[in-house]
Ligand binder design. Structure first.
Ligand code: GZL
Length: 317
């Protein structure tokens, strides 16, 4: 088949063949390098992957990097020395992983990226990326806000972890969509590191420095945890979230739906963390020597607060 005949979207990773030294009776052993436990989303992702691995009789060596990229790189080297069969990596930031991923590839251990990407010159350093389209999520948040506020807003933006693919791309998607609306401006933007505590602190500082003649009319938070922290700060400043300021965020965690039912949060863009089945399907495909798609895009859904009460019983994270 001519290369050009290959459907572009199905550019298949050259799966690592069955490693001859892996006895079939031994359970599959996976090294899972998790970014941290910074948000409800993150802990839901960890739970999904660990529960699914257990249900499939897989052994997981779990390493929580607690937000430290150096620790993640050390974890990958440790998995290498332990000769795991495959690695799941949720990279804290996009850069700095090339050297260790080269060492892992040299050892013929396949790597599946979950929920965040890495910036590498050689895309062959990982088998597949299972993550949302963060640019699309940013666009969706901006489009919803523009429609809700009639194309006019003074926006405070709470960004995710600096250098992480969701923070970079959610900022980019939001800005690109906002460019269609001259009346919408991001007047303050700062990282809240995806945590509720930092989201509250940053919003407190924004409100303290706010020009009373030109108050914020909206908050865009790159995740629900920071939005919930910002909502606490807004209330502490005597303002009404969901009324004086429209608040939109991303993730779709249960706490966001509860805040929408209370009228404090206006909308959330769902980004599911329930990646266990997808990630472990990919691992099993690769270990069986079968090809996997280079990219699996986790779909988004926008939930405005009007839908929150009906949707809340359906939430699984
Ligand atoms: C998105 C994920 C982000 C979530 C945050 O895939 O990387 O990290 O949006 C989490 O809640 O901390």
């Amino acid at each position: 088949m001519r290369a050009s005949a290959l459907p572009v979207l199905l550019l298949l990773a050259t799966a690592c063949g069955e490693r001859p030294d892996r006895a079939t009776s031994k359970p599959v052993t996976i090294g899972f390098s998790q970014a941290g436990a910074e948000s409800a989303w993150r802990t839901a992702e960890t739970r999904s992957i660990l529960d699914e691995a257990k249900s499939r009789g897989m052994v997981v060596k779990f390493a929580d990097a607690q937000g430290d990229p150096e620790k993640q790189q050390q974890a990958l080297r440790s998995f290498l020395l332990q000769r795991v069969d495959a690695i799941l990596l949720a990279p804290i930031v996009e850069t700095g992983f090339e050297p260790v991923l080269r060492e892992v590839r040299a050892a013929k251990i396949p790597v599946v990226l979950v929920d965040r990407g890495v910036r590498v010159a050689d895309e062959g350093l990982y088998a597949t990326l299972i993550a949302a389209d963060f640019v699309a999520e940013g666009r969706a948040a901006a489009a919803w806000l523009a429609q809700r506020l009639g194309g006019n807003a003074r926006i405070a933006e709470l960004q995710g972890t600096t250098g992480s693919s969701p923070a970079l791309d959610r900022a980019r998607g939001f800005a690109e969509e906002l460019a269609k609306y001259p009346g919408m401006k991001v007047v303050k933007s700062q990282s809240g590191d995806f945590t509720r505590a930092r989201g509250k602190e940053v919003m407190e500082a924004f409100l303290k420095a706010e020009d009373p003649a030109q108050p914020f009319t909206a908050v865009y938070a790159h995740n629900d945890d920071m939005a919930l922290g910002a909502i606490q700060a807004i209330e502490a400043a005597g303002r009404k979230p969901g009324q004086d300021l429209v608040v939109v965020s991303i993730d779709g965690v249960r706490g966001a739906f509860e805040a929408m039912v209370r009228g404090q949060l206006d909308a959330t863009v769902e980004c599911s963390p329930l990646l266990g089945p997808l990630a472990l399907d990919a691992v099993q495909q690769i270990l069986a020597g079968r090809p996997v798609a280079r990219r699996h895009v986790v779909p988004l859904r926008v939930f405005p607060k009007e839908q929150a009460a009906a949707e809340l019983p359906n939430r699984r994270y």
